[in-house]
Design a protein around this ligand. Structure first.
Ligand SMILES: Cc1cc2nc3c(=O)[nH]c(=O)nc-3n(C[C@H](O)[C@H](O)[C@H](O)COP(=O)(O)OP(=O)(O)OC[C@H]3O[C@@H](n4cnc5c(N)ncnc54)[C@H](O)[C@@H]3O)c2cc1C
Ligand code: FES
Length: 507
């Protein structure tokens, strides 16, 4: 993955491309001057847009055209080919558009068009004026951004008990932790954005209660903030193992930018780390610490890493991949105590460690919802419009359990893209749009140079159909139950992953 500046490749599109060289649904990467431009054909229409995704610069020509949209191969952002708008997260900013002209059997790319604001909803004069968002993470940020994008001019107050403005949390276990991404990549937007957009972002501000009758939230310092619509996007917090030594200064968990900075500071002098937990965050941390040259031991009760979500075949592959990079696994093992120099294992052994990171899962932050009497069932229960059991209060992200039309069950997931997309849908619905949340869940995970993409949701399956070769890092795994594909994991098969998403959307 690269977030470097766009490179220009392919033909100069101002000189024209033979129309019959581009099939219906075809895409071609070229350039206009120094700008990388994607030329796409739908029927007799031609579109020219920026060739790189505004999330992490993914090459859109290697993605998938669906109707008059293009989806990014890397993390499934979706852009309108007509307006350039980032229709679906994780990209939030638009791509540029150019006009095209067909003449003498050729299509020419002409002028760069001024960005057009596209409104998906009509905001009624009597729509809510005061929006309060509890949470400055993926869902909360995406909601605020979407409301302003739609032209909402009322008050938006975003309350976050974090000290940092909304950050690109997935980066905290990947490039930023590995030292390959500078800190300026971490904030989702610079501080000026909130002032410009009139979003009242209040950091280090804890919401301690909701008075649903009075339509107010109560802050930790006793202040009250009134709302017409409330979005709960309180996310999740890392599970803290009840072990002696968890309070020691070299023992860390990872959720916030502050947590990540503390690990990076420790990594400056650490020689040997123990990572507790062999799931996504634990193993991404292991990979990032290896990139910093630190010896890494992973301790986990599981038989295989990530087996519960990805199955035994990918679990074995992930283990082998980390071992190739020098990680030592202590599986079917747990830690019982930590002291300043070592971690004691249940099996009786000890591991030296001057840095310990616990990544053993998260717990949704439900206290506010529970205290306010909202319906809660292993997550805040929401309907298809992401509204909780109390009208006017919505929930999105890691806390929300929603009726997923694709799996037919009420599910709660901890995925960045789902949290952002739910924040976007909740935003529209807080403005009375009545849009169902029906996105197919998607997540990605990155280990060294190997990205794993996953669409759908499978908690249990009968079998896994494997296409391609896992060892060669070129594979698609389909998790099936009663003959139906519930989820698809893939490595370097981005178009297959996008096609699986589209098929699931159509089911
Ligand atoms: C290190 C790391 C790496 C990850 N990598 C990936 C990945 O690669 N792919 C993927 O799909 N997912 C990944 N995830 C998961 C993803 O980040 C989460 O699913 C996503 O952030 C959830 O968004 P959210 O808005 O629900 O919660 P969060 O982003 O956690 O935001 C919650 C916000 O609520 C605030 N808050 C909570 N309670 C209160 C309160 N009472 N008062 C005020 N504020 C409050 C918090 O301070 C925070 O600002 C990763 C997570 C971590 C920690
Ligand atoms: S780079 Fe396009 S979605 Fe991430």
């Amino acid at each position: 993955m690269s977030t470097s500046e766009s490179e220009t490749t392919g033909p100069d599109l101002t000189l024209g491309v033979a129309t019959d060289s581009l099939a219906d649904g075809g895409m071609l990467a070229g350039h206009v001057g120094a700008d990388a431009v994607l030329l796409a054909r739908r029927g007799s229409e031609f579109f020219a847009v920026g060739a790189h995704c505004t999330h992490y610069n993914g090459p859109l020509a290697e993605g998938l055209m669906v109707g008059d949209t293009v989806r990014c191969p890397w993390h499934h952002a979706c852009f309108s080919l007509r307006t350039g708008e980032a229709l679906h997260a994780p990209a939030l900013s638009p791509i540029a558009c150019w006009s095209t002209e067909v003449r003498d059997g050729k299509v020419f790319v002409r002028d760069k068009a001024a960005p057009t604001a596209h409104r998906r909803i009509a905001i009624a004069p009597r729509s809510p004026r005061r929006i309060v968002i509890v949470g400055g993470g993926a869902a909360g940020f995406a909601a605020a951004e979407m409301m302003r994008r739609q032209g909402f001019e009322g008050d938006i107050t975003m309350l976050s008990d974090d000290e940092a403005s909304p950050v690109d949390r997935p980066n905290l276990s990947k490039d930023y932790l590995a030292g390959s991404a500078p800190e300026e990549w971490v904030p989702l937007r610079d501080d000026g954005f909130y002032a410009e957009q009139h979003i009242d972002l209040q950091l280090k501000t804890t919401v301690s209660a909701i008075d649903a009758g009075a339509r107010e939230v109560v802050l930790g310092d006793g202040r009250k903030v009134a709302y017409d619509r409330l979005l709960l996007a309180t996310g999740a917090e890392p599970v803290r193992l009840p072990l002696p030594g968890m309070d020691l200064p070299h023992v860390h968990m990872l959720r916030t930018l502050r947590d990540c900075r503390a690990i990076i500071a420790q990594a400056g002098t650490a020689r040997r780390a123990v990572v507790m937990g062999a799931s996504f965050i634990g193993l991404e941390v292991a990979a990032s610490l290896r990139a910093r040259g630190i010896e890494v031991h992973v301790v986990a009760p599981d038989k295989r890493p990530m087996e519960r979500v990805l199955g035994p075949e990918l679990g074995d592959f992930v283990r082998g991949l980390h071992e190739e990079h020098g990680v030592v696994f202590h599986l079917q093992e747990t830690a019982t105590a930590i002291d300043a120099r070592q971690v004691t294992l249940k099996g009786g052994g000890t591991l030296e460690a001057d840095l310990v990171v616990a990544g053993v899962g998260v717990r949704p932050r439900l206290a506010l919802a529970e205290k306010a009497g909202l319906a809660v069932d292993r997550g805040v229960t929401v309907d298809e419009f992401l509204q909780t059991s109390v009208p006017g209060i919505f929930a999105a992200g890691d806390i929300a359990r929603w009726p997923d039309s694709h799996s037919g069950s009420a599910i709660r997931v901890e995925h960045w893209v789902v949290a952002e997309r739910q924040g976007q849908t909740a935003a529209l619905n807080m403005l009375d749009a009545q849009q169902k949340f029906d996105a197919v869940p998607f997540f990605w995970s990155q280990h060294y140079d190997v990205p794993i993409n996953y669409v759908g949701h499978a908690e249990a399956w009968d079998d896994v159909a494997i296409e391609g070769d896992i060892a060669k890092r070129d594979c698609v795994l389909r998790y099936r139950r009663n003959g139906r594909v519930l989820a698809v994991a893939s490595i370097y098969r981005d178009v297959d992953s996008l096609q699986a998403e589209v098929e699931m959307e159509r089911q």
